[in-house]
Design a protein around this ligand. Structure first.
Ligand code: ATP
Length: 305
């Protein structure tokens, strides 16, 4: 395991004319991890990733990828990183699988092309030209091209956008395998469930900066909300007595109760035990942990999408 990070972005600024797309962004990604870069449209995710890939030059700040400058050391990095762009970068008239075979030949120790093709459900489009593939097939081909060379680090820009559930699952499985093989994966996504399912770390980007970075668990915290319905006007002072310090109990609308506290099975037992003692049958009892959406809302006061 390498001590140096796979990606180190410090104070990155990137402007398009008068528009500042990335505004002093800092991000460090450890080797062998899957990091999801999450944020609303226009937050600067793609620009940041494209700068790491060497496609854009920073206006200020520094970017290091596997310890190298992605613009100056582009040739050295090319065989070591895999890139899946949101669109383009592919000759539209070329046949899908031939293109993949051709790409594989550029690497010293590529993955087996037929099994990759089968895994990603591309076997039916072997002789089809890129431009005639469906959007989802084009995307899966782009993913295959990004990983076929067994890169140390892959950048995947919205790898599952627009995919059907089966293709999405195949993509998730492939990313999980990359992680198992020690590959560092940086992916952008709008899907909270994708980040929660795949990522070791999540970096939340808003207005060109990283506003939160950590494990999904750390970002979501341990607080949860327990809700139940019952008769209106229960004695909340009495309920509070059986709950741990710091728990908040409210009745936002008559007969509807909310307990906010650290997630713990004993909390549920305390609430249901108190209800039993008070002769109350809690209806629609539910415990919900804060989602990444809630985290974003708390940080910015806005919805993620
Ligand atoms: P999305 O989730 O929609 O892909 P994003 O977080 O990836 O968004 P970017 O694509 O990096 O965001 O865009 C950041 C900002 O920079 C946006 O306001 C976008 O309109 C602008 N932008 C991006 N590329 C260009 C460009 N080539 N020329 C001008 N403005 C651009």
């Amino acid at each position: 395991m390498h001590a140096d990070p796979a990606v180190e972005v410090t104070g990155l600024v990137k402007r398009y004319g008068s528009k500042t797309a990335v505004d002093g962004l800092d991000l460090t990604i450890a080797r062998g991890t899957v990091t999801a870069v999450l944020g609303p449209n226009g937050a600067g995710k793609t620009t940041t990733v494209e700068t790491c890939e060497g496609y854009r030059r920073p206006d200020a700040g520094t970017v290091r990828v596997l310890g190298l400058d992605p613009v100056r050391h582009a040739a050295e990095l090319r065989p070591r990183i895999g890139v899946m762009l949101q669109s383009g970068g592919v000759y539209a008239g070329a046949r899908a699988v031939e293109m993949l075979k051709h790409t594989a030949k550029l690497y010293a120790d590529p993955l087996d092309v037929p099994s990759l093709v089968e895994r990603l459900g591309l076997d039916s489009c072997g002789r089809t030209t890129y431009r005639r593939l469906s959007g989802g097939q084009q995307q899966r081909l782009a993913l295959a091209m990004a990983v076929v060379g067994r890169p140390e680090l892959v950048f995947l820009d919205e790898p599952t956008a627009g995919l059907d559930p089966q293709a999405r699952r195949a993509t998730w499985d492939l990313i999980a395998d990359l992680r198992r093989d020690g590959v560092t994966v940086v992916l952008t996504t709008h899907h909270m469930d994708e980040a929660e399912h795949l990522a070791d770390d999540v970096a939340i980007v808003d207005r060109g900066r990283v506003i939160a970075h950590g494990t999904v668990d750390a970002l979501r915290g341990t607080d949860s909300t327990l809700r139940f319905d019952g008769p209106a006007g229960l004695d909340l002072g009495e309920l509070r007595k059986v709950l741990p310090d710091g728990a908040a109990v409210t009745e936002p609308t008559p007969g509807s109760y909310r307990v906010e506290a650290a997630l713990d099975a004993s909390l549920l037992a305390a609430v249901t035990g108190w209800c039993a003692g008070a002769g109350v049958m809690p209806d629609k009892l539910a415990v919900q942990r804060r989602s990444l959406e809630d985290v974003f809302l708390d940080l910015t006061g806005r919805e993620l999408r």
